[in-house]
Design a protein around this ligand. Structure first.
Ligand code: TMP
Length: 214
């Protein structure tokens, strides 16, 4: 059985990741390719609800290490299901995953929480076949709703941006990474650019259980 590809869309808050994940899933579907789109954190599980509370209620405190492990645990909760889908030939498009996990936690600058510490709890998760990293140069502050959740401050986002570049250098194979600069582009332009990066990977065939792992 030929397996589906694992495609990850990563990036800073408010770069249009979710819109693009949905557009990509629609396009794959239109091309007759079975596809499942999902996002991390998945706020539906009990762990996800705890993460949601932490993100939305700034008075709810948890140690940074514990929060990191919750985000990681949330990925482990769903990976078996995602692997099954891939093995059945379905493409999986993810909105955030391991690289967000490391970048946001390491950006806090907590003693001991360096990139390697942050990576440990995700060791053994499936590696994406392609990571699309959306980046922009716009000011974030003016966007609707920005600032409502924890981490949504320009100061912190700048730290995350710097960490993302270290994280991708350290843990993402350059052949499996595609940077998409969304500055000044409308939704359709970004979608077209993303599609042009997807087309080459549609051609290669990977067999069931032929995965790489972090
Ligand atoms: P969202 O806005 O895409 O739902 O993500 C929620 C926030 O959680 C966002 O600020 C990024 C952050 N995050 C982490 O801190 N660690 C993680 O592992 C993930 C997936 C997201």
């Amino acid at each position: 059985m030929v397996r589906g590809k694992l495609i990850l869309v990563e990036g800073l808050d408010r770069t249009g990741k979710t819109t693009q994940v949905n557009a990509l899933a629609r396009r794959l579907h239109t091309e007759g390719i079975p596809v499942h789109a999902t996002k991390f954190p998945n706020r539906e599980s009990e762990i996800g609800q705890l993460i949601n509370r932490y993100l939305t209620d700034k008075s709810f405190t948890l140690p940074d290490q514990a929060v990191h492990l919750l985000f990681s645990a949330n990925r482990w909760e769903y990976i078996k299901e995602l692997k099954q889908k891939l093995n059945q030939g379905c493409y999986v498009v993810l909105d955030r995953y391991v690289f967000s996990g490391i970048a946001y936690s390491a950006a806090k600058g907590v003693q001991g929480m360096d990139l390697n510490w942050c990576m440990q709890s995700d060791k053994g998760l499936l590696k994406p076949d392609l990571t699309l990293f959306l980046t922009n140069e716009d000011s974030l502050a003016n966007r609707d709703g920005f600032g409502e959740e924890r981490y949504e401050s320009n100061e912190f986002q700048l730290k995350v941006k710097a960490k993302f570049s270290e994280v991708l250098d350290a843990f993402c194979d350059p052949d499996e990474l595609s940077i998409v600069n969304v500055t000044g582009k409308d939704i359709d332009q970004v979608s077209e650019e993303i599609w042009s990066r997807i087309v080459p990977i549609l051609k290669s065939k990977l067999q069931e259980d032929d995965f790489k792992y972090f």
